[in-house]
Design a protein around this ligand. Structure first.
Ligand SMILES: [Zn+2]
Length: 198
C-alpha cells in the first residue's frame, strides 16, 4: 500500500506490538488520525514518561509508582509467606483473585538453557536473603506449567530446602468450567498427581 511516509511510520510502530498484524496496525493508525490534538498530546506524554515514572521495588521486584512499595507494606501484607513469580506482571493476576495477602518475589525470568539464562540471571540470592530477614515460614512457587517453569521450580526447591520454610507450588489441573473430553493428557495427568482431599 502506498501510504504517505508519516502514516507508514505510525503503522510500523503499531506492528511492533504483540498480536498486531498489518491490518490492525492500519486500523489503529487511521483511528489516531481522527483523535483531537489534545488526546494525541496526552498519549505521547504518557508513553514518553512511563519508564521514568514507573519504578521497580529493590526488595520484591514489583512495579511501583511512588517511594514505598505497596506489595512490601508489612502493615497490610502477611510477611510470613512469599509468593515467587517470574515477572512483575504476574502480581496483578494473583492480586485479582483476592485470595493471597502475603509478599511477592519477582525472579526476573525462568531458567532456560536454550536462551543461556542460568540461575545467576535470576534473583535467587536476594530471595534467600529476604526469607531469612523476614523469617518467612512459607514459600509459594507460582511459575508457569512449562518445561522452563518446572525446571526453575525444581531448582528453587533444591536451593531453598536448607531453609526452615514450607515450600509449595500452585496446583495444576482441569480448567474451571471445562469438560474432561477437552482436557489434554498432560493436564489430566497433572490433575491426578495433584488431586486433593474432597
Ligand atoms: Zn516491594
Amino acid at each position: 500500500m502506498h501510504y504517505p511516509e508519516p502514516l507508514l511510520k505510525l503503522i510500523h510502530v503499531f506492528k511492533k506490538l504483540p498480536g498486531v498484524g498489518q491490518k490492525s496496525a492500519e486500523r489503529f493508525a487511521f483511528h489516531l488520525l481522527n483523535w483531537p490534538d489534545v488526546h494525541l498530546q496526552e498519549m505521547s506524554e504518557v508513553v514518553l514518561t512511563i519508564k521514568e515514572r514507573l519504578k521497580t521495588c529493590s526488595d520484591c521486584g514489583c512495579l511501583k509508582d511512588e517511594a514505598s512499595c505497596t506489595f512490601c507494606d508489612l502493615t497490610r501484607r502477611d510477611s510470613h509467606i512469599i509468593c515467587i513469580i517470574a515477572s512483575s506482571r504476574d502480581v496483578f493476576s494473583i492480586e485479582e483473585t483476592h485470595t493471597y495477602h502475603g509478599l511477592y518475589h519477582v525472579l526476573g525470568g525462568l531458567l532456560s538453557p536454550l536462551e543461556r539464562r542460568g540461575p545467576e540471571r535470576l534473583t535467587i540470592e536476594k530471595l534467600k536473603e529476604r526469607l531469612i530477614k523476614l523469617k518467612c515460614q512459607e514459600v509459594v512457587i507460582a511459575l508457569d506449567s512449562t518445561l522452563e517453569g518446572d525446571a526453575t521450580s525444581l531448582y528453587l526447591k533444591q536451593e531453598l530446602e536448607m531453609l526452615p520454610v514450607h515450600i509449595s507450588r500452585l496446583a495444576f489441573g482441569i480448567p474451571m468450567g471445562s469438560s474432561l473430553d477437552y482436557v489434554d493428557g498432560g493436564t489430566l495427568a497433572r490433575a491426578f498427581t495433584g488431586r486433593n482431599q474432597f
